[in-house]
Structure formats: C-alpha cells, structure tokens
Design a protein around this ligand. Sequence first.
Ligand SMILES: NC(=O)c1ccc[n+]([C@@H]2O[C@H](COP(=O)([O-])OP(=O)(O)OC[C@H]3O[C@@H](n4cnc5c(N)ncnc54)[C@H](O)[C@@H]3O)[C@@H](O)[C@H]2O)c1
Length: 436
Amino acid sequence: MTGEREPIGVIGVGWVGLVTAACFAELGHEVIARDIVPEKVEALARGETTIHEPGLSELLARNAERLTFTTDMGQLLERARLLFTCVDTPPTRSGDADLSRVRSVVADLSGGDHVLVMKSTVPAGTGASIRRDRPGLPYVSCPEFLKEGTAVEDFMHPDRVVIGADPGDEGAGDAVARLYEPLGGEIVRTDVASAEMIKLASNAFLATKISFVNEIANVCEEVGADVGEVARGMGLDQRIGPAFLRAGIGYGGSCFPKDVSALKMLAGNSGYHFQLLGAVIEVNELQKRRVVGKLQKHLGSLAGKRVALLGLAFKPDTDDMREASSLVLAARLQGEGATVVAYDPVAVDAAQGLLDGVEFRASALEALEGADAAVLVTEWPEFAALDWRKAGERMTRPLLVDGRNFLDSAALREAGFEYEGIGRAVESSVPAGTAE
Ligand SMILES: NC(=O)c1ccc[n+]([C@@H]2O[C@H](COP(=O)([O-])OP(=O)(O)OC[C@H]3O[C@@H](n4cnc5c(N)ncnc54)[C@H](O)[C@@H]3O)[C@@H](O)[C@H]2O)c1
C-alpha cells in the first residue's frame, strides 16, 4: 500500500467527502469511501448523486470504476492507508462543535499503518487530543475550504491547501501534500493547531465581512447611500478586496453559523471573550428579521397576508437547507400571522419537514399567485430571468423585498413593483456589491 497510486480512503460522503472522493478519482486515484448511512451508500453505488452540486454527477459517472462506496470500515482499512475524514461536526446545544462522529471514526481505527487526515472542521486542539489518546497514529490536519455550489471547481483549483502535521508526522504530511500538488494551489505546511485555526479564522473572517457590510447597508438606508456603490468603492482597495461585500439578509449554511459559534466558544472555554464574534452573530440574526419590518412598512400588519418566498436554499446551486435564512424568515412571518408560500428550483425536497405550515409551489409564478408580497431569499439565476411584469399581474400587490440585492430595481419598478432592497438607494438599478 505504499506505491504512488495507493488507494485513498474517504470517511463520510456528504458534501465534503463526496466531492473529495470524486475529485481524487478524477485525478486518477482509486478511492474507497465509507459512510454509515446505508441508503446513501446504496444510492451512490447505483450511480445516483446524493447531493445537488454542479459537475459532481459527471465526475462520479466518469470515474465510477475507480470509486467504491461501502458501509464496511474493515474494507476501507484493509485497502487504504490515507484516511480522509469528512464526517459532520454540527453544533452542540452549547454552541461548541460536536466531535462525536470524529471520535467514533478514531475508535474504529485499530492497528495498521493508517494516517488520519482530518478534513472535518474541528476546534483547535482536536488533533492534539487525538494524538494524546492514540499515540502512534499519524495525524494530519487538512481543512477543507470548498464552497457549496462551486465545490468541484474549488477542490480542483484551490486558492491554497493547508496541511498541518506535528513533529514525527512530517512524512504523513508529505504524502498528503503529494496528492494536492497536481492542483497547483499554494500548499501551506504548518503545525496541526495552526492548521485548525486557519480554517476557523478564515470562516469567522468571511462571516465578519458579511455582517460588516450588512451593518453598512443598514446605515446606508438611514443616510440615503447605496451599499452597492459603497461596496464597489471599498472593494477596489486591495487591502479590502471585493469578495464577500454583498449586503443581504445574512449568511447561513452548514459552515459559517456553526464555525463562528465554535470559535467563539473555543475562545470562551480557554478563558478569552471573543467580543467581535458575538456582534457578528447578533448582526446576522437581526438581519434576517429586518425583512419583516420592510414588509410591515408597506403592508402594516402581516396578519392574514400571503407572502411568497422565492428561494429556500441557503445559497444558489445547492439544495442544502442547513441554517438557511428562509427557515427563520418563514417562522417570523408565520409568527406575524402571515401565510407563507414558497418555491425553490432544487431545495423543496430538502425543505419538506423543516418548514411547518409553508405551502410549496412548483414554480415562481405559481408561488406569486395572489401574494401580497414576495421576498427573494436565494439568488437563483432563474429569478433574474423571470417575466416580472407577468409576475406582478398575478400578485394581489406587486411588492418585492429583494433580500440579496439581486434584481434590477429600476426594471422592477418599471414593471409596476414596489421594490425594497437591502441598503439600496431608491434610484439604484445597479446590482449591489460583487459576488461572494
Ligand atoms: N459543506 C461545506 O461546504 C463544508 C466546507 C468546508 C468544510 N466543511 C466541514 O466538513 C465536514 C463535513 O461537512 P459536510 O457538509 O460534508 O457534512 P455532511 O453532513 O454533508 O456529511 C457528513 C457525512 O458523514 C457521515 N458520517 C457520520 N459519521 C460517520 C462515520 N463514523 N463513518 C462514516 N461516515 C460518517 C454522515 O452520514 C454524512 O454522510 C464538517 O466538519 C464541515 O464543517 C464543510
């Protein structure tokens, strides 16, 4: 098992694991991937793709011969030495990262010359604690930075690959580095704790940037400025950069909320009060709720009103509903007595069961039928292409809150809409900010 093309093990085939498995197979490696959910493994073994991620189905189909999906840890341990661990690390009730799945993987390892390569996002100190518990088990931290919606592209063309290995495990770190060298991104070699912190700090910084521009947007509304113009002017400063300066109704998804909280708690558990992150989280929570006030500004009480949500997924090109802003928004609107009707091009199946009492529709136009207002929650391209004049005619009142500053506000007004963006000046027709 020591040749250049030794099989690679992947543990956990969710977003990170499945993309990792498919991309390593595309690079010519044999991959054995294990998950504990039999239905998922069976579906993948049949050639079905279990998540919506552009380009992934094609990679899985093209490399089917190099990919084995199994529930059997024994099979994985027998054939693979490098074990890329991609299990979920959700938040606990206390806001810390739940490491139970990581610990269960460690408990499954016995004997052999395996290397545990940690791609799951874990608090700094996790690697050190695993090394203490399992002396002699080589450990490499290799955090993942892919973004859902562009995950395959991000894996294949990384900005950087971070590889943390402590003294004694440098050889294991070299083996992981060799796998990533063909991708061309800068490889950052460091110690395990620093690698773990790079991941947490990166996500916390990006979340901070979003909450910052959202607060700027809120001030813009007070002073008559346009956040799109402000973000454009700010982003041209190379020290600031244009990415993640797009105002909206806040971040969601499986990573930012839990990782920001996990870093805040990690600091707190060590006796340090990370004040800034407390504000980042609070701004994000309040930002989703501001939509309700915007609707009330036009409609007064929302009791008995019909509000259409356009988009449910936490971002476009994914069906991931974890921590999606739509969940909070729907509950708040229902709390005000509104009836909520929703459409999403791909996330409706994933949303079933998460949105009690919400009526789902098969198209945007159907969702808008008879609505007193619409909220654009997810910036799916098809919403930009919608015939808004026709849409407005179907609504009881053509009122739109554009929660992502995604649409051309002048065109919407031209089509007869009352239009509310986030921090956008009334006359603005420029899509705000730059893409995240
Ligand atoms: N989703 C992202 O965009 C993203 C990006 C970067 C990093 N991460 C991090 O990567 C990790 C995985 O995230 P995800 O979104 O892929 O999670 P996910 O929930 O989509 O997938 C995790 C998978 O692990 C499986 N699993 C759990 N315990 C297992 C075990 N003992 N053996 C085998 N499989 C097991 C689950 O059944 C599931 O299929 C998390 O720590 C996350 O924070 C996620």
